[in-house]
Design a protein around this ligand. Structure first.
Ligand SMILES: [Zn+2]
Length: 185
């Protein structure tokens, strides 16, 4: 089954069927250590209760290959089509690659462990969903807008504005007060 896979690292060292977690098999490249995970296998693992091994949570440091974030899109090891790069988002921002037609996910060495530390190993389908990806984009847009507003008005004014908004939001007659403010009553 694994012989027809071609790793994106270009190695011909072959594949090993390893378990990312008990009952969750993935084809792992003997050379780069990256893993190809079939989403069907992942779903079955989830349906059976998604057992994760205990792992040390000492330190928040996540060891990821530095090349991971910078690299461009990968080709699917199965069908060679370009895979979709999907963001994980906070608290660790890296990307995993998905081949939609093959329903496979590529994880660089260390990325499964990073997902586990982030508490997202059992939520991979959610992370890959359009909703999750849209939310990340919306968060980015909001952060960029916040930076632009702070540049335009300065930190102090924006802070004061946030304080006023919070106060207004607490008032039962919020809209009336806001209208008074605008009209100069
Ligand atoms: Zn594919």
């Amino acid at each position: 089954m694994t012989t027809s896979l071609r790793c994106t690292c270009g190695s011909d060292s072959g594949w090993q069927l390893l378990e990312l977690a008990p009952g969750l098999p993935a084809s792992t490249c003997r050379d780069c250590g990256g893993s190809l995970l079939a989403l069907d296998d992942y779903r079955r693992w989830r349906d059976r209760g998604a057992t994760l091994p205990e792992m040390s949570l000492a330190g928040d440091r996540v060891d990821l290959p530095t090349a991971s974030a910078a690299e461009g899109a990968r080709h699917c090891p199965r069908c060679t089509r370009l895979m979709q790069r999907l963001r994980i988002g906070a608290p660790v921002d890296f990307r995993v690659d998905r081949c939609g037609p093959c329903q496979q996910v590529w994880l660089d060495r260390g990325e499964w462990q990073a997902l586990q530390r982030a508490g997202l190993a059992t939520r991979l389908l959610e992370v890959l969903s359009d909703g999750w990806q849209r939310q990340l984009q919306a968060d980015d847009a909001r952060a960029r807008r916040e930076v632009a507003l702070r540049e335009r008005h300065g930190d102090d004014r924006m802070q004061e504005l946030a304080r006023m908004r919070a106060w207004l939001d607490e008032q039962p007659q919020r809209d009336e007060l806001l209208a008074l403010l605008r009209a100069g009553w």
